[in-house]
Design a protein around this ligand. Structure first.
Ligand SMILES: [Zn+2]
Length: 216
């Protein structure tokens, strides 16, 4: 089963993707992981990707899709894969469709995790990290001392700039601007799109994901 995950930052799709991957017995693949693995292995495509990285440039979509194709053709992906962060834009959706067609495989499911922006702002801005050891915390106020800190002197909790409410709203705007056309594209192309209500407990969302994937 080949599944694409779509969802805004903070929606929990990473955790849900791992659970679904375990339940289906397939790997979870993210673009970043696949590119890093190809670079580390020193494959021709990996070396090409590295030349972009080393210049500080974005790796182009067609090269990413070639690397994804190689990953999907590997024997361990024979039963399928959960693709997280692989499709963010319409050209990537088109690219993946071409890759799957060339491998004689098909996309079984596109899970669209939906959740209100303000819920995400609340979740993400509740995150702090220790300035010294970088341990993450949820629901603790910035300025508190990290009493169990492994560093000396112990650090204080700070909110990363990315997790400030204004920065989160901007990330969500970028996500919506990119994703709405992807959703429209899948609808126009009979994509196997299923919306998942991502509000609620992790187990509650998992139950909805499992139902969408045809698991009990
Ligand atoms: Zn610390």
């Amino acid at each position: 089963m080949i599944v694409v995950l779509l969802g805004p930052p903070g929606c929990g799709k990473g955790t849900q993707g791992e659970r679904l991957a375990a339940a289906l017995g397939v790997p979870k693949i993210s673009t970043g992981d696949v590119i890093r693995a190809a670079m580390k292995a020193g494959t021709p495509l990996g070396l090409k990707a590295k030349s972009y990285y080393d210049r500080g440039d974005l790796v182009p979509d067609d090269l990413i899709m070639e690397i994804i194709k190689g990953a999907l053709a590997a024997p361990e992906q024979g039963k399928g894969a959960i693709l997280d962060g692989v499709v963010r834009t319409v050209p990537q959706a088109e690219g993946l469709a071409g890759v799957l067609a060339s491998l004689g495989r098909k996309l079984d499911l596109v899970l669209l995790f939906e959740i209100a922006d303000e819920e995400l702002v609340g979740r993400l801005s509740a995150r702090t990290v220790c300035e010294a050891c970088q341990s993450p915390f949820m629901g603790r106020q910035p300025g508190q001392l990290h009493a169990d800190c492994a560093k000396e002197p112990k650090g204080h909790l700070v909110r990363r700039k990315d997790d400030e409410p204004e920065a989160i709203r901007n990330r969500l705007k970028v996500y919506q601007a990119q994703t709405a056309p992807v959703v429209a594209w899948y609808k126009a192309n009979n994509g196997p799109l299923t919306a998942i209500d991502a509000l609620g407990t992790v187990d509650g969302v998992t139950a909805r994901v499992r139902a969408a994937a045809g698991l009990s």
